[in-house]
Every structure is written in C-alpha cells, then in structure tokens.
Design a protein around this ligand. Structure first.
Ligand SMILES: *[C@@H]1O[C@H](CO)[C@@H](O)[C@H](O)[C@H]1NC(C)=O
Ligand SMILES: *[C@@H]1O[C@H](CO)[C@@H](O)[C@H](O)[C@H]1NC(C)=O
Length: 239
C-alpha cells in the first residue's frame, strides 16, 4: 500500500512536475505567443500610426486647399466688390450728368474707365436690348382709345455728340475709347429706330420733341429722314 502509495505519490509528483513542466512550457508558449501578439499589435500600432499619419497629411492637404480656395475666393470678392463700388458711384454720377450739366473737369476719370468697361463687356448692349424690350412690352399691353400719342425725346438721335459722349471720350483717347463709344452710339440708334418703327407699325401717333432751337428745324428734319425716321405726327422744337 505504501509502495503503491509511494508510486502514486511519485506518479502524482511526476504528473505534477510534468504538469508544472507543461505549465511552464505553456507559459513560455503564452509568452512566445504574447511576443507574437505584441509584434502583431505593434504592426497594427505602426499601421495605425501610418494610417493616422496619412489621415493627418490628408487633413493638412485638405485644409491647405480649403484655405487657398478661401483665400482666392476672398481675393475674388475684393476684386468684384471694388468695381461694383465704382459702378455704384458712377451710376450716381451718370444720373447727375442726365439731370444737370456736368463739365468734363468734374467728371471722375474712374467713371470713364467704368463706362468704357460697361460698353466693352457687352453689358450696355444687353441693358439697351432689355430696356427696349420692356418699352415694347408696355406699349403692347396698353388699350388705345384713339387720342393717345407717344412722345419721344430725339435729342440723343439728333445730337451727333451728346454731352455724355464728350465726357466719355478722353482728349488723348488713351483707352481707344472713341471707337468703342462710336459703336455704342450706332447700337443705340439701331435700337431707337427699331422701337420707333415698331410703335409706328402698331399705329401709335408719334410726336418728336427736341430741345434744339426751331431755327434748326430743316436740318433736323433732313437728319431724321437720313437716319431712317419717317411719318411722325409732329416735331416740336424750342422757340
Ligand atoms: C433681347 O432681350 C430679349 C428679352 O429679354 C431676349 O429674348 C433677346 O434674346 C435679347 N436679344 C439680344 C440680342 O440680346
Ligand atoms: C426750311 O425749309 C423751308 C422750305 O422747305 C423754307 O421755306 C424755310 O425758310 C426753311 N427754314 C429754315 C429755318 O431754314
């Protein structure tokens, strides 16, 4: 029994030893596997670092691009706002030119630049077209009762060089302004004549008004006919 017990004890201790040994081997395996794990983890960690780095660089690039586009947009705002400020200022001046007499000396040179730009960029032609279109629309909606007439100021047509053209064309013509202004004048004549013809064709009696003295009546009539204006009801000039 004791021998058996001893054997059992030996077996047990052997088992326990072996189990301890296997336990130690297992722990070393765990340690080994822990090492692999940590290598894997470090790979993940480095991978994560690289990913974070890439994300950071992407963010940085995105931010830089956004900042640049923002900067260029704000540049654009400055570039757009400046002429629009000049444009508004010159619109007031142009109203002043229409209502009062403005001498060339008092006409700001920036407005000459703005006005020429307005013509050259085609905005003048577009505005002229839409204005004439609106006038035609207005008259086409009116119900006539037989006594209505249309009064037309023709000084712009009669005068070969109205005040605003004198203001626009520079004395030394450094912007090539005279060609541009001449073209705009031709365009305006075309539109006014077209409007005149349309109104005449729809049966409106047309009364032409001018601030020019009556002494110029004959030459004015000649000029109007040569410019294509026909069959007006009357031409009223200053006495
Ligand atoms: C003139 O204006 C009308 C109405 O806005 C438009 O339909 C037409 O295309 C314009 N013509 C030109 C030459 O701009
Ligand atoms: C205008 O022409 C008519 C003849 O057509 C003439 O009798 C008149 O004197 C002229 N008037 C002026 C101001 O030249």
């Amino acid at each position: 029994m004791s021998a058996y017990g001893h054997q059992m004890e030996q077996q047990y201790s052997a088992h326990s030893l072996s189990s301890r040994g296997s336990g130690r081997r297992q722990s070393s395996y765990v340690m080994d596997s822990g090492f692999y794990m940590s290598s894997f983890a470090s790979t993940i960690f480095i991978g994560a670092l690289v990913t974070v780095g890439v994300i950071l660089i992407t963010l940085l690039i995105a931010l830089t691009v956004m900042l640049q586009s923002c900067q260029s947009r704000s540049h654009g705002v400055i570039e757009i706002e400046k002429p629009s400020y000049d444009y508004n200022y010159c619109q007031i001046i142009s109203l002043h030119v229409e209502l009062n007499k403005v001498e060339a000396d008092h006409f700001p040179s920036i407005c000459r630049v703005v006005a020429l730009q307005y013509i050259k960029e085609g905005q003048y032609a577009r505005d002229l077209n839409s204005t004439v279109w609106m006038i035609q629309n207005y008259f086409s909606t009116l119900k006539r009762d037989g006594v209505d007439v249309v009064l037309m100021d023709i000084d712009d047509v009669l005068s070969s060089s109205p005040q605003y053209i004198k203001l626009l064309v520079d004395r030394d013509d450094q912007y090539g302004s005279s060609d541009c202004v001449e073209e705009a004048k031709q365009l305006k004549h075309v539109y006014i004549l077209r409007l005149y013809m349309k109104l005449h064709a729809s049966g409106w009696p047309l009364i032409l008004l001018s601030r020019k003295p009556e002494t110029q009546l004959n030459s004015s009539i000649e000029y109007l006919i040569s410019a294509g204006f026909r069959a007006w009801s009357s031409l009223i000039m200053r006495r």
